[in-house]
Design a protein around this ligand. Structure first.
Ligand code: ZN
Length: 368
């Protein structure tokens, strides 16, 4: 409920202020026709992102993008990189400080996205988007499509891997990972989205390839992975199953509660490089130290401390329990029900028979 209230607040602020991009004084003064045309397209695109969010349509903004990057459900790599359903561009103010001409037809727009609070400005991301002239005027396209010629590429049936020349790529691991993905979508009957899998030294290295100089979703840890809705994975590992699980589940059930999304990924593939049993054990140790912890305050538990995340473990417990009482069908009905009902406690009560008053006891006694 809190998340919806915040979303509603952001929307009402946006509607009253109208989405605006500020340009550097050089760009504002520019009389170059190409630069002023690109500014118009960039303004119109971010406005379209807002309009389609309010009208819950998804058919306006893509007209500002090159059709050759019009991949299924995945036109703009950065739009859902911070939140899976809320466009990044609407999270704060955009300041475009440079539009650089790279060659005869390609331009790179350099932007800062920031949000202001009572103390000062917080930068959410520093990012690049490209533009080029087409038969239908200037169109936007992903920085990744400009950059990817510098990367190596290996395609399995479902996964397209991209990696730098010095990355030690193992095709055997890639094919095994593809088999895991294929089995997952077949067993759970999930949507068959192709995956764009970007490898680097760490998540931030991959972030650079898709156009981020900085993003709030940052990590330099070797075992970390990042899923960008709907089908991009950034990681140092070829077989980051946790992130891979997010692709078909989030594309099939985009509105389902994140508790179940993190739960299924942690139950089937662990998190932060450790299996579900490790996290369950960490939860038991934490409970011995802090027996009065309130698990109903879920949002406050969603952080990694000491290689574990209580929110993920709680989610995985409910997935395991659903599996025990009704197998895959029950797991899927958790996702379906939570896509329709925003109250996760009501879903758990209806689907698993655990009332909110018993929520804490259920987790504390789980497997004891
Ligand atoms: Zn996850």
């Amino acid at each position: 409920m809190k998340a919806y209230f915040i979303l509603f607040y952001i929307l009402s602020v946006l509607i009253s202020n109208a989405q605006k991009i500020t340009y550097s004084s050089n760009l504002q003064r520019s009389t170059d026709k190409e630069i002023t045309e690109i500014q118009k397209v960039w303004n119109n695109y971010t406005k379209a992102c807002m309009v389609e969010l309010i009208q819950t349509k998804d058919s306006i903004s893509h007209t500002y993008w090159c059709s050759d990057t019009n991949r299924k459900g995945n036109i703009d790599f950065l739009k859902y990189s911070i939140h899976p359903t809320f466009p990044m561009y609407l999270l704060g103010d955009i300041y475009t400080y440079d539009i650089k001409k790279m060659n005869d037809s390609i331009f790179v727009l350099n932007n800062i996205l920031s949000i202001e609070d009572s103390i000062g400005k917080n930068v959410l991301s520093i990012f690049k988007v490209c533009a080029k002239k087409t038969g239908k005027g200037y169109k936007l396209f992903n920085y990744f499509d400009f950059y990817k010629s510098k990367l190596n590429n290996y395609n399995t049936e479902y996964i397209s891997y991209y990696y730098p020349c010095d990355y030690e790529f193992d095709t055997g691991v890639a094919e095994t990972t593809n088999k895991f993905y294929e089995r997952l979508i077949r067993d759970f009957k999930l949507s068959e989205n192709p995956v764009i899998y970007i490898l680097g030294e760490n998540v931030d290295h991959g972030n650079n390839f898709i156009g981020f100089d900085f993003t709030a979703k940052s990590s330099v840890l070797k075992k970390a992975g990042l899923f960008v809705f709907p089908n991009i994975i950034l990681s140092a590992q070829i077989d980051h199953y946790h992130e891979l699980i997010h692709v078909p589940f989030l594309t099939t059930f985009p509105k389902a509660n994140m508790l179940f999304h993190e739960g299924i990924a942690t139950y089937l593939a662990g998190a932060s490089g450790y299996g579900f049993e490790f996290h369950l054990n960490k939860l038991k140790i934490m409970l011995e130290k802090n027996p009065l912890i309130d698990f109903t305050k879920l949002d406050g538990l969603n952080e990694f401390v000491d290689d574990t995340n209580i929110y993920y473990t709680v989610g995985a417990i409910f997935i395991e329990y659903a599996n025990q009482i009704g197998g895959m069908g029950k797991i899927k009905s958790l996702f379906q029900a939570s896509g329709l009902n925003n109250d996760v406690f009501a879903v758990i009560e209806n689907e698993l028979g655990i009332e909110k008053v018993r929520f804490n006891d259920f987790i504390k006694q789980y497997k004891n």
